[in-house]
Design a protein around this ligand. Structure first.
Ligand SMILES: O=C(O)c1ccc[n+]([C@@H]2O[C@H](COP(=O)([O-])O)[C@@H](O)[C@H]2O)c1
Ligand SMILES: Cc1cc2nc[nH]c2cc1C
Length: 351
């Protein structure tokens, strides 16, 4: 049994000392100083996280948590709620984008039912409930369920790491979960619902305004406590969001890097950052989603995304697509020759 509070307390600050050592070594590699730009910064961060100047990030482990959202009843998504279960079946048969992209990076992949509305044969079933309650009417879940969602994420991260994963990517599937994410982000910051609510799967502008209104009213009614991330999660969160938060916290406690995906994943990271101040240093922002709240939440975390591809799919896809850049950063340190070993002349020093 994992004690979530013990696990959260076990997260150490990343090693700035290893980062300094890594940077000195990177400067000895055969390239003009800083010429690999962001790749060098990633390599330094990987060393800070893993406490290894020559970090290993292969194989990557991808965990996709799926769950339903009661707030979907409010008509806040472009797709019907059944799509959550239908997409889980698609994940299981290998036909979704996350299957295709994970295969090309030779990643490990697990699909977890954290609370889909219907039973799905063949999936790893860890249901916390059959969907959350509609938070426009009542709290999405109990505090106990929110804590269980964190614990579930920790359990699956533990299993994935025991299976050999050296880096984690957390993905999600849940119709209605952009509404939940915008509500969480607004509850945990000074951001206004109307500034961080978007089209999600593709609703029209008029519906976006209504979606922001649903969030605003729910926050006024339920009054989630900004200083208590578990209260926020229980009142307006989702089972898959809590599970992603838990998995991120667990990864950090084991010095395993995490690549962030889109808006929902980054909101789960924001919740994690409110539970432990060091955890954000274990995260690398992958891509910038089209969902307008994403940039705001990345800014709250102090993160700059590596690429912007006009994506808004979720599932962990954006993070998996940038994984090769992170792998390349680690390979650079391990594979490149130094000026000394290759007999290449160093930068001239002007006297
Ligand atoms: O990752 C993102 O930034 C992202 C942005 C918009 C939508 N999604 C995906 O779309 C679903 C949520 O959209 P919605 O409109 O039902 O709230 C959910 O399954 C997410 O994986 C994901
Ligand atoms: C088809 C579909 C696939 C998805 N994958 C993640 N969110 C999704 C939402 C929809 C609608």
């Amino acid at each position: 049994m994992i004690d979530i509070y013990q696990q959260i307390d076990a997260i150490e600050p990343v090693s700035k000392q290893k980062g300094i050592e890594a940077l000195a070594y990177i400067h000895s590699l055969t390239k003009p100083m800083n010429s690999l730009g962001e790749i060098e910064k990633i390599a330094v961060q990987l060393s800070e996280i893993t406490t290894d100047v020559k970090p290993e990030v292969f194989p990557p482990g991808v965990i996709v948590f799926a769950a339903d959202h009661g707030v979907a009843e409010e008509g806040v998504s472009a797709y019907p709620q059944e799509v959550t279960a239908q997409m889980v079946n698609n994940f299981l048969s290998g036909g979704a984008a996350i299957n295709v992209f994970t295969k090309r990076i030779n990643g490990l992949l697990e699909i977890v039912d954290a609370g889909v509305k219907t039973d799905i044969p063949g999936v790893r079933s860890e249901k916390i409930g059959y969907g959350t309650k509609n938070f426009a009417v009542e709290p999405a879940m109990t505090r106990k369920e929110a804590i269980r969602s964190l614990e579930l994420g920790m359990e699956r991260a533990e299993a994935m790491i025991k299976n050999g994963a050296r880096l984690l990517i957390l993905g999600e599937m849940g119709i209605g979960n952009t509404t939940s994410s915008s509500a969480i982000a607004a509850a945990l910051s000074v951001l206004k619902p109307e500034d961080i609510t978007g089209r999600g799967t593709g609703i029209e502008s008029k519906q976006v305004a209504y979606k922001a209104e649903v969030i605003k009213k729910a926050l006024n009614k339920l009054k989630p406590d900004a200083n208590d991330p578990i209260d926020v999660l229980s009142k307006v969160g989702g089972f898959e969001i809590g599970a992603m938060t838990g998995a991120m916290l667990y990864a950090a406690s084991k010095k395993i890097p995490v690549i962030l995906d889109g808006f929902i994943c980054t909101t789960a990271a924001l919740v994690a950052s409110k539970l432990n101040r060091h955890v954000r240093n274990y995260m690398i922002a992958g891509h910038l989603s089209v969902e307008p709240g994403h940039l705001h939440v990345l800014n709250l975390l102090g993160k700059k995304p590596l690429v912007s591809l006009g994506m808004r799919l979720g599932e962990g896809t954006g993070a998996v697509l940038v994984y090769p850049l992170i792998e390349a950063a680690a390979e650079m340190v391990k594979g490149m020759a130094t000026f000394d070993t290759a007999g290449v002349s160093k930068e001239r020093t002007i006297k």
